[in-house]
Structures are given as C-alpha cells and as structure tokens.
Design a binder for this molecule. Structure first.
Ligand SMILES: [Zn+2]
Ligand SMILES: [Zn+2]
Length: 172
C-alpha cells in the first residue's frame, strides 16, 4: 500500500525569523495587516455573501480535493469578513493563514496591494484546519493550527511580480 502523505499548506513568513513560532498554540491567531477595521463590511457591501475565487485552483488547476473550494474554484458563499452580518465585528481569527497550494499563496501575494515580498520565506506546514474562517477566505485562504514544519524555502519575489503583471492587484 502506498504511503499517503499528509496534506501540506503554505504560509508566507519573514526571512530570518524563527518559523518554529508557528507551532506555538499561543501564537496561532491571525489578525489583519494594518489597522483592524470594524464597521460596515466593504467586502460584500452589506450583502452578506460574496463571490469566492480559489487562488490555489485558479493558478494550479481545479483540484476536487482542495480544502478551500473542493474544486469549485468560483462560487458564491457567506462573506468571510462579516460572516454574513454585513457588519465587521471580529477581525482576529483562530489559526494561521495558509493556502493549500504554493501557487495560491503566490497569487494572493501578487493580488494583495500591501504585501511585501522581499526578505520572505515560504513555510510548508502540516496541521489541522481551524473551525474559524480567514478574512480572505474568498481568495482561498484557510486557517490551520500548524503541527509540523515540512520545509522552508525562499519566496521568489520575481514570480510574485510576474503574476501581478499578468493579473493586476486589488483596488484600493
Ligand atoms: Zn461582508
Ligand atoms: Zn481550490
């Protein structure tokens, strides 16, 4: 019987810092970059649902086993930021933000207009899915409680920039 490798996930981390911190349960929370914003939801404009696009499957091809979209790639679902209420009340989420494919992480960093890609590494992790939802779940981000570091590799900033040239970034 072939050994089934556990699924791994990809997270962007500062080069030169210890990614072992990601394994500390006390550190396994995600907060938005920049100021936490509470108030009317700008993502869904109060509708409570939004269009999801799984960046991992957009870039790497639709995967029926994708834990973010189950191969659906594009679909409409409850807005992850306001969780359907139209009002952002909770910006701190349980778990570490990851993508199920390296390609998805790269696409996300290309899209995110305040992402810095210099001096970063990509950390490949195993872990359990959180029952919480990432603020950017509509782009295929997941939250996990990391269990094991599988690999740490330099982030290829040139690859991110070339995706950005191809697809553009989010609007301000
Ligand atoms: Zn919303
Ligand atoms: Zn997917």
């Amino acid at each position: 019987m072939a050994t089934r490798h556990p699924r791994t996930f990809f997270h962007c981390y500062a080069a030169g810092e210890d990614p072992g911190v990601l394994l500390d349960p006390d550190e396994q929370v995600t907060a938005p970059w920049g100021e936490p914003e509470h108030g009317p939801c700008d993502k869904c404009e109060g509708e409570g649902t939004t269009v999801y696009e799984c960046f991992s499957c957009v870039e790497a091809g639709s995967d029926p086993d994708c834990p973010a979209c189950q191969g659906r790639v594009h679909f409409e679902q409850t807005c992850p930021t306001c969780q359907g209420s139209g009002e952002i009340r909770r910006t701190k989420r349980k778990g570490i933000a990851v993508f199920p494919a390296r390609e998805g992480l790269y696409r996300y960093l290309a899209w995110k207009n305040d992402a810095t890609v210099e001096d970063k590494v990509v950390v490949e992790l195993t872990g359990e899915l959180s029952d919480d939802i990432d603020l950017d779940a509509d782009h295929g981000a997941l939250l996990i409680f990391p269990r094991e570091l599988v690999a740490v590799e330099p982030l290829d900033a040139t690859a991110v920039r070339s995706i950005r040239d191809r697809t553009g970034e989010e609007e301000e």
